[in-house]
Design a protein around this ligand. Structure first.
Ligand SMILES: *[C@@H]1O[C@H](CO)[C@@H](O)[C@H](O)[C@H]1NC(C)=O
Length: 182
């Protein structure tokens, strides 16, 4: 945690410093589609953001805050929950004791991330956008902590889990950038 949090703040600063630039898109698509495109545009990976928002039936009619809510409450939270489940399963059938401990720490990390994201949802509802982003950043730091712990200890997990963790990072990045502009 001691290492993960400053790293996370650094990347937050980096992503905030990247310039805001959007032109076009608007004429090509419907109004709702345009809002999703616009909100997701500054994400590092807009396609992951767009796919998440569209996966929710309310996505097409959501406003700015609604879009942020879908990313945090639906996509990120579900992702954290399924990653927690994956870590539980992986920790129960490990090759070694060391690996089991690392995977259990990851399980705890995603469990804590789920709690952070529930609080972030509440803060978004209360229009406290600084606290919302603080909690999304904290939840992201937990994933970074898990990933670095696995890398440092050469613990490997199935590609599908690695992929889900990347999606989790991309969605966190999208939420942070969207909420930051409120
Ligand atoms: C990870 O969890 C999800 C949701 O429970 C599940 O669909 C997926 O198969 C799991 N992946 C692995 C590799 O266990």
């Amino acid at each position: 945690m001691g290492i993960a949090l400053p790293l996370c703040h650094l990347s937050l600063l980096l992503l905030l410093s990247i310039s805001f630039n959007y032109v076009g898109h608007r004429n090509l698509v419907s109004a709702d589609e345009a809002l999703i495109q616009l909100q997701c545009h500054n994400a590092e990976v807009p396609s992951t953001c767009i796919q998440c928002v569209k996966s929710d039936p309310k996505g097409e009619s959501a406003g700015k805050v609604g879009i942020a809510n879908i990313i945090i409450t639906t996509c990120l939270s579900n992702n954290a929950k399924s990653l927690k489940h994956n870590m539980t399963v992986l920790a129960s059938t490990p090759p070694g004791k060391g690996e089991k401990a690392i995977l259990q720490r990851c399980e705890k990390a995603f469990s804590d991330a789920t709690d952070d994201l529930a609080k972030a949802t509440a803060m978004l509802g209360a229009k406290d956008y600084d606290k919302t982003n603080g909690l999304v950043a904290a939840a992201l730091a937990r994933e970074v902590f898990c990933k670095e712990n696995m890398l440092d200890n050469k613990v490997t997990v199935p590609d599908s889990v690695v992929y889900q963790m990347r999606v989790y990072e991309e969605l966190s990045n999208a939420a942070l950038r969207i909420v930051d502009r409120f």
